[in-house]
Design a protein around this ligand. Structure first.
Ligand code: PTJ
Length: 248
């Protein structure tokens, strides 16, 4: 039976196919496909929707990004494949810089991901010529740019690995994670942990920009009142409630 065009199941099948195709092109890594599967599993536990607590974190994240002196959005293969256009739009409207930073790094892959973002409308993508290293990481994952991540005060890291998230926090940055796994080291380490699907999260964040752009008071209040640990605890409760509701 044909799945209707706008059915969520069809959308997720199309996304899988796109990721598989982009992995053949070398934009998404093989482990990126595994990471996507992990993300889908956690999304089921959330009911495949943005829970209230995630929306709160998304608004706070926008407040931080608008308050920042040098905000940077770090992009890897999965993020580019899933929502390049949404990332470019958010970066332009904040504004924030975009830097490609890969876990499985090769110059060839960096070039491919940068070019993919440029085809989605990005005009100034950092990462091709790293000139700094993040302390506390020995591999090439430490490579970054002075103009971008190295001097950033606020970094948005969708689908980040735990080592780098920890290194960014140690470097004194405000780290905003987007990660469907509330138990991951990244979620537990970040300053703000957005437990939501990255495409939904970035689109929601975009909606908050006009509301907060000219309202510094609202931004400061959001930042002041946010408690990340408490919010993560609430997310865990939301997952339990959702599971419970499915087996009544
Ligand atoms: O392109 P590269 O080489 O930089 O590699 C990117 C991956 C994602 C492979 C790399 O950063 C990695 O291995 O990350 P981890 O440690 O697997 O963490 C990815 C996290 O993102 C996991 O906790 C997943 O549950 C979560 N995740 C996966 N898909 C999504 C997601 N979170 C939000 N939205 C998703 N669509």
């Amino acid at each position: 039976m044909e799945i209707p065009k706008d059915h969520p199941r069809r959308k997720s099948l199309e996304t899988r196919e796109r990721l598989a195709e982009l992995s053949r092109e070398g934009i998404v890594s093989i482990t990126g496909l595994i990471a996507h599967g992990r993300g889908e599993a956690f999304d089921y536990l959330l009911g495949e929707k943005t829970v209230k607590e995630a929306a709160v974190a998304e608004e706070v994240a926008v407040a931080y990004l608008l308050e920042a002196k040098n905000p940077v959005i770090s992009v890897n293969g999965n993020v580019a494949a899933l929502c390049a256009q949404e990332i470019v739009r958010l970066a332009k409207s904040l504004p924030a810089k975009i830097e490609v930073n890969l876990f499985h790094r090769s110059n060839e892959r960096v070039e491919k991901v940068c070019a993919y973002l440029e085809r989605a409308g990005a005009t100034h993508v950092l990462g091709r010529k790293p000139d700094a290293r993040l302390e506390g990481i020995s591999s090439d994952r430490a490579l970054c740019t002075r103009e971008g991540i190295y001097t950033a005060d606020v970094v948005l890291v969708p689908l980040e690995d735990g080592d780098r998230a920890e290194a960014l926090v140690r470097a004194g940055k405000v780290v905003i994670a987007i990660d469907l796994n509330p138990l991951s080291r990244t979620s537990r380490t970040a300053t703000i942990s957005i437990v939501d699907e990255v495409t939904r999260a970035i689109s929601n964040m975009q909606q908050f920009v006009p509301k907060l752009k000219d309202n510094q008071l609202a931004r400061k209040e959001l930042i002041l009142n946010f408690d990340n640990k408490r919010n993560l605890r609430e997310i865990a409760r939301a997952i339990c409630r959702y599971l419970d509701s499915q087996f009544q």
